[in-house]
Design a protein around this ligand. Structure first.
Ligand SMILES: Nc1ncnc2c1ncn2[C@@H]1O[C@H](COP(=O)(O)OP(=O)(O)O)[C@@H](O)[C@H]1O
Ligand SMILES: [Mg+2]
Length: 342
């Protein structure tokens, strides 16, 4: 336990929620503000998310309870790529969750500063996230807001997903209690809709397949450096998400293997029956891609990514040419030698 006399120095913000001392503001998000904090009982740093509340909202209590219930459900999930939740509670009028403090940057910050991921790194990171989502879905938790800002990449490249289930729920898209002049996106109530699934964009009920789509959209950006849909006009963006198909990643960058590009396209299908039917199925497709690449590397193939069928064909033709070249040289040599011998 920490000496109480040392507590003020752990609290430059001079604020406390529950037993936690807030030390630094980390950022403001769509449904709350996140602080770095210190837990004096365990003597470790934590991240505290404090829920934004509308002071006189008729359903304030209900929202707070929903936030706590969802955080508690997420807190029961256990996976190396899911952030650990320590506490979720409402104390002294403040509703908050305390979670593992994550070092490093979130993927949004990384992509914004020009960090690029190679094909294999991307497939490994996305597969780990798909596995984390599979555990969540098996426990009845749908994330609903998979986006780069909710994915931390630790210094060893291991991903951790935050904000499980506590983010936007489909029924919160249509919110009768919100003032008429506040539009949910333009006033940044819901953050960016770039990674939203078509069913979310249309305000429909969602299933676990919404996470499959959003994970596909994140993978799209990691591979191509571009968001699948781009518009500064929120309504246009939502319309595109609901109705248009983005260019496939391999059309944008021919260096992206067709088989990996197809994984993104299948995850982002608007028709739910054409999408991967689970994050588990998506993870298996990524596993097969990575295995194929590993085997090819073992055979001394390419180092960056598995060759595609066309390239395989090209490689076959090249070896044939090489072999026939060698045969011609041997034949000429034999003729020359036989001339000398006779
Ligand atoms: N567990 C954590 N550890 C460290 N930083 C965090 C943690 N959770 C969130 N943050 C940071 O706090 C800021 C606000 O997060 P959040 O409110 O979740 O935003 P958003 O609504 O965009 O997801 C972001 O910069 C995020 O990177
Ligand atoms: Mg977040």
């Amino acid at each position: 336990m920490t000496n109480p006399a040392s507590q003020p120095s752990a609290s430059p913000l001079n604020k406390r929620v529950g037993r936690f001392y807030l030390t630094e503001k980390l950022g403001v998000g769509s449904n709350g503000t996140v602080f770095r904090g210190h837990d004096p009982v365990i003597d470790r740093d934590v991240a505290i998310k404090i829920l934004n509340t509308i002071p006189n909202a008729a359903d304030k209590k209900q929202r707070e309870q929903q936030f706590i219930n969802e955080a508690r459900a997420a807190g029961r999930l256990s996976h190396p790529s899911i952030v650990t939740i320590f506490d979720a509670s409402s104390e002294g009028g403040t509703t908050f969750i305390a979670m593992e403090f994550l070092p490093g940057q979130d993927l949004r910050q990384m992509l914004a500063t020009g960090k690029s991921f190679d094909i294999i790194e991307t497939a490994i990171i996305i597969q780990k996230i798909a596995d984390a989502l599979t555990v969540a879905h098996a426990n009845g938790v749908i994330h609903r807001d998979i986006k780069p800002g909710n994915i931390f990449i630790l210094p060893n490249n291991h991903p951790k997903v935050v904000d499980f289930g506590i983010a936007r729920a489909p029924n919160r898209l249509i919110d009768e209690n919100r003032p008429a002049d506040v539009t949910l996106f333009n006033n940044n109530v819901l953050g960016t809709p770039n990674y939203m699934s078509p069913e979310q964009a249309m305000g429909k009920q969602v299933t676990a397949l919404t996470d499959v789509y959003s994970l596909g959209a994140v993978m799209y950006e990691m591979l191509t450096g571009q968001k699948p849909f781009q518009s500064n006009d929120i309504d246009k963006l939502l319309h595109q998400i609901a109705n248009k198909s983005p260019k496939s990643p391999s059309e944008i960058n021919s260096g992206i293997p067709e088989s990996l590009s197809k994984i993104v396209t299948k995850a982002m299908q608007k028709d739910l029956t054409l999408r991967y039917q689970s994050t588990e199925e998506m993870s298996q497709a990524l596993y097969r891609f990575l295995e194929r690449d590993r085997k090819l590397k073992q055979k001394g193939g390419r180092t960056k990514a598995a060759p595609e069928r066309n390239e395989k064909k090209k490689e076959g033709i090249n070896s044939l040419l090489l072999l026939s070249g060698a045969a011609v040289i041997v034949a000429i040599g034999a003729i020359v030698i036989s001339k000398f011998v006779h």
